[in-house]
Design a protein around this ligand. Sequence first.
Ligand code: HEC
Ligand code: HEC
Ligand code: HEC
Ligand code: HEC
Length: 338
Amino acid sequence: MFRKKCSVFRICALAIAICVIASSGSSCFAQGLVCDPSKVETWEACAKCHGSEIQVWRQTPHFKTFKELSRNPKAREICSKMGLSSVKRSDVCIDCHFTMQEIDGRNKAVSGISCESCHGASRDWLTLHNDYGGPTATKETETESHRQKRLKQSAKYGMNNTRDLYSIAMNCYSCHMVPNEDLVNIGGHTAGTKEFELVRYSQGQVRHNFLRSDGVTNEPASQNRLRMMYVVGLIADLEFSTRATSIATENNTYGINVAERAASSAVKLFELQKTFKNDYVQSVLEAFSKAKLDTNNYDQLNSIADEIQEAGRKFSVKHDGSEMAFVDDLLPSPSQYK
Ligand code: HEC
Ligand code: HEC
Ligand code: HEC
Ligand code: HEC
């Protein structure tokens, strides 16, 4: 036991020293998390019923990036270094900065990062997700079995499940980690949001918990939910940074950044595990302890990232945070929320 933990730690320390990897270019990292433009209805389709959520969203960089990015000198600089003509028409930028909709057979950027970027393109689930069982049915009259069926059907038709924290975290990291070596080393983009931590980033300006409340109050997440978010977020951070390292080909800014990040999330999980002694976290750390954070190590690192994801998903469904009071000390305080 001791030895295993030790070896994880050593590898982490080593990884920081190794310094990795930069220039493979295109990545297929999005893993199907990007919205299908032919199924996007845009935020306007939500407006009738989700006005409060829209008001919150309009104050966030997710909304504002649509207008602001193309005017941002840094964006122009990145594009010019990458040899791209326009931010809004460049495939490289749109997946993470915009929502695309298919209009007359052509994909067009219609907004920034929108409701559907996080909840899934809605064409096939829009009328399903709020159907309590016909025109006369209400939330109060809906049976539990109908509710279960409704949620299951919505998920089947592409709605992301807001109960499944690991999937939520993956959704955030699909944009907040930037697994594109050229974009970073040549374009000068960041390799991802350096300080991204799920609690800190989800509980500030982007929080919109009106539904669980009275419709006008934006309810803070429960303590158990915060604990879960913290641990699940760390596991996802390790998965995505390990995967990002897998495509590094040069010992340069990109590779160094993502490998250091993997090492540092592993250290955090390792520290937490000293108290937690959790089987799933153990599996995550054991998977990572095999990792050789080096350039051109795609197969190994990608398959380790898969193992981390598998354990993370299990962790996310098997726990609810109630037995995790020790995490409270690690949580960011509300004044640190983004
Ligand atoms: C006609 C009204 C209506 C429209 C339009 C609508 N919603 Fe909803 N939505 C609801 C209602 C009602 C619920 C609560 C369902 C329940 O009780 O489970 C809900 C629930 C949700 C939830 C929470 C699901 C969960 O897992 O608990 C999300 C997310 C959501 N809607 C997103 C959207 C998005 C995104 C759009 C636009 C693309 C949209 N909705 C359009 C009425 C609507
Ligand atoms: C489709 C891509 C995408 C997804 C999904 C996404 N983000 Fe973002 N997010 C961005 C981009 C791009 C920016 C920066 C926009 C800008 O400044 O132009 C950003 C900015 C932010 C900011 C503002 C940070 C600051 O420094 O002010 C927060 C907070 C944030 N995101 C949280 C989240 C959380 C939490 C999730 C998951 C629930 C998430 N994001 C999912 C792309 C995304
Ligand atoms: C994999 C997702 C991803 C891709 C691809 C991507 N970005 Fe970003 N971008 C982000 C995130 C996330 C941020 C938020 C800042 C951060 O966390 O580093 C951001 C921030 C930025 C910023 C800083 C915004 C500010 O408010 O200062 C610029 C400029 C930018 N991106 C331009 C681009 C351009 C131009 C492209 C295409 C050539 C591009 N990005 C491609 C995810 C991405
Ligand atoms: C950056 C990603 C992101 C964006 C953009 C976003 N959401 Fe959400 N949304 C989430 C996450 C994550 C949750 C689950 C929060 C939790 O359970 O703590 C959520 C929860 C919800 C809920 C359920 C809230 C509750 O009280 O349980 C509704 C309804 C919803 N979103 C609607 C919308 C609508 C409408 C928009 C567009 C105006 C939108 N969301 C934009 C990520 C996002």
